[in-house]
Design a protein around this ligand. Structure first.
Ligand code: GMT
Length: 386
C-alpha cells in the first residue's frame, strides 16, 4: 500500500443495497489500515459496534423556523467540510448521486481541490431520478464535478451515458460480499424451524418498494405452491409490505409466508433457502442475488438492468422478462423439483461469487481509484474505466 488514506464515506445509512455496500467497503478499508469516517445522518445499518480505524460523524439538521424544508444537503456539505478539515481527509467517497455528490462538490469548493471526490452510482439515483427532467441537470453536475465516478454494473454505465449524456469516464466496480460471512452453511436445524422436510423454501430480500414488483412475487409463489409445498421467507421492510400481506391473505397463503422484517444477519437465513426470488422492475445490480449466490442459493428473477451480469442464466439461476411470472414460476419449479440440478446450480453459484465478486478484488479496485485521483503511486496511471 502506498500510504494509508483518510476517507470520508457518505451513504444512506438505512436499509438498502447502496448503504450496505458502502458500509461493508468502509469495514474492509478500515481492516486494510485506512482511516474511515462515516459522515451520515445515522449510524449505518450493519456498521456494528466499535472497530479500529472507523469513526462516525453524525449530520444534524437544524429545523430553523424559516425553513419549510430543512436543507439536509447543506448540513451534509458543512459536515463533510468540517470532517475534511478536522480529520485531514484525503477524499470523500459518496454512494448515491443525489444529493451526496452535490454536497461533496460543495464541501470540496470550501476545502479546496486537495480534497478529492469519488462518487459511486447505485441505480435508482440514475434509472429513476435521472429520468426526472427537473433533476437531470443537477445530477449531471454532481457526476461531472466528481474526480472519479464508479457504477455497479455495465448496464448502469450505459444508462447513465444515455439518460444524462455523460461522456466522462466511469469505472465499472461490481458490488461484493464478504466471503467470511457469505458462504454455504449447514442449516438443517434452522430450516426445520421454517418448513417441514418435504417443503421447499423460497426467499425474497428487499426494501419492498414498488420497483421490486412484489405483486409478481406473490403471483410466482402462488403458482409454485400449486405444484409443490413451499414456504416463502420475506426479509426487509418497506411501503409495499402491507399490500403484500393483504394479497397473501386474499390468496389464502398467509400461513405459508414468514415475515422477518429487518435482519442484520442475512447470510444465516438465506443459507436455509432453496431459491431466491427477485422479480424486480429495475435492478442495477441485485445485491440480494449476490448474497444468495455466495451462499449457494440460485436466483430466479427478471431480465433487467445489471441482474444478468450477476446471475448467469441457466448456470446460477434463471431470468425472464419483467412481469412474466408464468415463466419465472416454471423456472422456479424446474429447480425446486430437481435436487441434482439445484445442487449443481448451488456449486456454480459459489464458484461465480468467488471468481467475480470477491471482496479483496473489489476493495483493490476501489483502492486503485482512490490512489489514482490523489495522484499517488503507479495507480495514477491505472484505470478500470469503461
Ligand atoms: O432499491 C434498492 O434495491 C435499494 C437501492 C439502494 O440504493 O440502496 O439499491 C440499488 O443499489 C444496490 C447496491 O448497488 C443494487 O444492488 C440494487 O440493484 C439497486 N437497486 C435498483 O436498481 C432498484
Amino acid at each position: 500500500m502506498a500510504r494509508p488514506l483518510r476517507i470520508g464515506i457518505t451513504c444512506y445509512p438505512t436499509i438498502g443495497g447502496s448503504g450496505v455496500v458502502a458500509t461493508e467497503l468502509g469495514k474492509l478499508m478500515a481492516e486494510r489500515g485506512h482511516e474511515i469516517h462515516f459522515i451520515t445522518h445515522g449510524l449505518p445499518f450493519r456498521a456494528g459496534t466499535f472497530r479500529r480505524n472507523m469513526y462516525y460523524h453524525e449530520v444534524e439538521v437544524t429545523d430553523y423556523h424559516v425553513f419549510r424544508y430543512p436543507p439536509y444537503e447543506l448540513f451534509l456539505a458543512s459536515k463533510m467540510y468540517q470532517a475534511a478539515r478536522m480529520q485531514k481527509l484525503d477524499l470523500l467517497h459518496v454512494h448515491y448521486a443525489v444529493p451526496h455528490a452535490l454536497s461533496a462538490f460543495l464541501a470540496k469548493e470550501m476545502a479546496g481541490d486537495r480534497l478529492k471526490v469519488v462518487t459511486t452510482l447505485h441505480g435508482t439515483d440514475i434509472t429513476i431520478l435521472g429520468q426526472d427532467a427537473s433533476l437531470k441537470e443537477i445530477i449531471r453536475l454532481g457526476i461531472r464535478k466528481s474526480d472519479a465516478v464508479t457504477a455497479v454494473s455495465r448496464s448502469l454505465i450505459r444508462e447513465t451515458r444515455e439518460l444524462l449524456d455523460i461522456r466522462e469516464p466511469i469505472d465499472l466496480v461490481y458490488n461484493f460480499v464478504d466471503e467470511r460471512v457469505y458462504y454455504p452453511r449447514e442449516n438443517s436445524q434452522l430450516r426445520k424451524e421454517f418448513a417441514a422436510p418435504e417443503e421447499k423454501l423460497l426467499i425474497h430480500i428487499s426494501n419492498f418498494r414498488p420497483v421490486k414488483r412484489t405483486c409478481d412475487l406473490a403471483d410466482i409463489f402462488a403458482r409454485v405452491n400449486r405444484r409443490v409445498h413451499a414456504r416463502l421467507l420475506l426479509v426487509g421492510e418497506g411501503p409495499e409490505l402491507p399490500n403484500l400481506q393483504a394479497k397473501f391473505d386474499g390468496m389464502g397463503l398467509a400461513d405459508r409466508v414468514i415475515f422477518f422484517g429487518k435482519q442484520e444477519d442475512v447470510a444465516e437465513i438465506v443459507s436455509a433457502a432453496d431459491l431466491m426470488l427477485l422479480p424486480s422492475e429495475k435492478e442495477s445490480f441485485g445485491l440480494a442475488a449476490l448474497e444468495a449466490m455466495a451462499c449457494g442459493v440460485p436466483t430466479v428473477g427478471s431480465l433487467t438492468g445489471g441482474l444478468p451480469e450477476v446471475v448467469e442464466h441457466g448456470v446460477t439461476g434463471f431470468l425472464a422478462p419483467v412481469g412474466d411470472t408464468e415463466t419465472m414460476a416454471e423456472y422456479a419449479l424446474r429447480l425446486l423439483t430437481d435436487d441434482v440440478l439445484r445442487a449443481e446450480f448451488g456449486r456454480a453459484c459459489v464458484r461465480r461469487a468467488r471468481e467475480h465478486f470477491d471482496s479483496r478484488r473489489i476493495a483493490d479496485q476501489y483502492e486503485r481509484i482512490y490512489y489514482r485521483v490523489l495522484g499517488i503511486g503507479e495507480s495514477a496511471a491505472l484505470s478500470v474505466c469503461e
